[in-house]
Ligand binder design. Structure first.
Ligand SMILES: [Zn+2]
Length: 459
């Protein structure tokens, strides 16, 4: 009889121990469009009427704001969005490529074509996607021009050297090209799309200017046009859209209102102690002191101005994740909001700047998402932009490469449904579970009956 009881328990445990898979991940086969509107600060919709952004928020997800990587400048923070890595880990540490031996520097646009600046061990999501059988494209997104570990984005377009980043008619042509030619005709699964505004206007006129507000209305109209284009091209039920930015914008104060930071005026500091420097580039700077002069330069600058932060590379606050990379120079400088770091004399006259500490609210970009895999009318709290990469991989159903984000920080935005394979598997498991339970019941009935029958003669 013991063997019967054993058999019953075995059958029962087989059926009952099989996992009942519940909701875990998305079906993961919808297309994905990532859009960056450069320099769109999280609160730019608060002083401007933005009907299309408001409509998108009702139809999808809106985050309070997102925290970009430090330093908060265009190429580094964009590369964080598409790799999920902090800047010290992906190595695109500045908008400008530079050579400390020859003192050569290249502009933002020229640096797009310095392959080794980008191809530095970390690959953007379009490479992750292509390696796993998906088709990807990138339109003007920083990093598009580069080849990564021998592979380039399948469909890519880089803007020419002289380019008007703010032409609304051109924006609409680009939107229709991406929807019609790239997503519908070429059947791409993922596209990264970059627009250079409202950054340009924010720099030139300042974040509080009427010109910036006008440009936010242009962005809003473009979002309305884009969502209409999605419908016209029959993509509404199979395209997820994420719209975000690389950093915010802060108003620059001038010498009539503040004591400007001018390095050449600081006592005991001299450019003669440096082999190379990167200053006059907004609120951040990096210095390479000559052999044996690091402490002299550091001691001269540290505490020299109440709004200038001076750090040795290895002493940088860990929260900024801007230290552990051989490209980062030995001394790092940044200024408080409102202040710029000038070398000899102020040479930049922008009314708005970014590059400041990513803790400041002025540096936070916006984040919106809409599409079949996103919840509707959901407002979520702030999160770091390193989490956008694992979110995008999750939506595309691909395995992410090593990154610094965590899907658990953002997965609450996504409607979790079982994928078809998991669903049929769980049906089998539930079926087996029921059969197992039924077998246990039959066995128990048989065993009890046998016991009772054996007991009868004794009576
Ligand atoms: Zn930017």
């Amino acid at each position: 009889m013991l063997w019967r009881v054993g058999l019953c328990l075995l059958l029962g445990s087989m059926g009952m121990s099989l996992p009942l898979t519940g909701p875990g991940r998305t079906a993961g086969r919808n297309k994905l469009l990532l859009i960056s509107f450069d320099g769109f600060r999280w609160d730019y919709d608060r002083d401007v009427d933005t009907p299309f952004l408001d409509e998108m928020a009702r139809d999808g997800v809106k985050a309070a704001y997102v925290t970009p990587a430090f330093l908060t400048v265009t190429s580094p923070t964009h590369f964080t969005i598409i790799t999920g890595r902090y800047i010290e880990n992906h190595g695109v540490i500045h908008n400008m490529w530079f050579n400390t031996t020859t003192s050569e520097k290249k502009s933002y646009w020229q640096t797009q074509f310095v392959n080794e600046w980008w191809d530095n061990g970390t690959v953007p999501i379009w490479i992750t996607a292509q390696r796993q059988g998906l088709k990807a494209g990138s339109h003007h997104f920083p990093g598009t021009a580069s080849t990564y570990q021998g592979e380039k984005v399948q469909v890519g377009e880089v803007e020419p050297a002289i380019y008007n980043y703010s032409n609304e008619t051109v924006w609409r042509t680009i939107v229709d090209k991406v929807m019609g030619s790239w997503f519908r005709d070429k059947d791409l699964d993922f596209v990264a799309l970059y627009f250079g505004e409202p950054d340009g206007t924010g720099h030139k006129f300042g974040p509080d200017s009427p010109q910036r507000k006008k440009m936010v209305k242009q962005v809003d109209r473009t979002i309305g046009y884009l969502r209409n284009s999605v419908k016209r091209h029959g993509l509404e039920d199979r395209l997820n859209i994420i719209i975000t930015a690389d950093h915010g914008m802060s108003t620059v104060q001038r010498k009539d209102t503040v004591n400007e930071i001018v390095l050449s005026k600081i006592p005991n500091f001299t450019f003669k102690d440096l082999d190379f420097h990167l200053v006059d580039y907004g609120p951040t700077g990096m210095l390479l002191p000559k052999e044996g002069r690091l402490d002299k330069v550091y001691n001269a600058l540290k505490g020299a101005h109440p709004h200038l932060h001076v750090y040795k590379k290895e002493e940088m606050p860990r929260r900024l994740h801007f230290s552990n990379n051989k490209r980062i120079l030995p001394i790092i400088l940044w200024s408080d909001p409102g202040y710029l770091i000038n070398g000899y004399i102020p040479v930049q006259f922008n009314r708005g700047e970014h590059g400041f500490d990513n803790e400041g609210l002025d540096m936070k970009p916006f984040f919106r998402a809409v599409g079949p895999d996103f919840h509707k009318n959901l407002e979520v709290g702030p999160f770091e932009t390193v989490n956008i990469y694992p979110l995008m991989c999750h939506l595309l159903g691909i395995t992410p490469d090593a990154h610094d984000g965590d899907l658990n920080n953002v997965r609450h935005m996504v409607v979790e449904v079982e994928d078809p394979v998991q669903r049929s598997a769980s049906r089998v498991f539930i079926g087996l579970g029921s059969v197992g339970g039924f077998l246990v019941l039959i066995c128990l009935v048989v065993v009890v009956r046998n016991v009772l029958q054996r007991k009868k003669p004794n009576k």
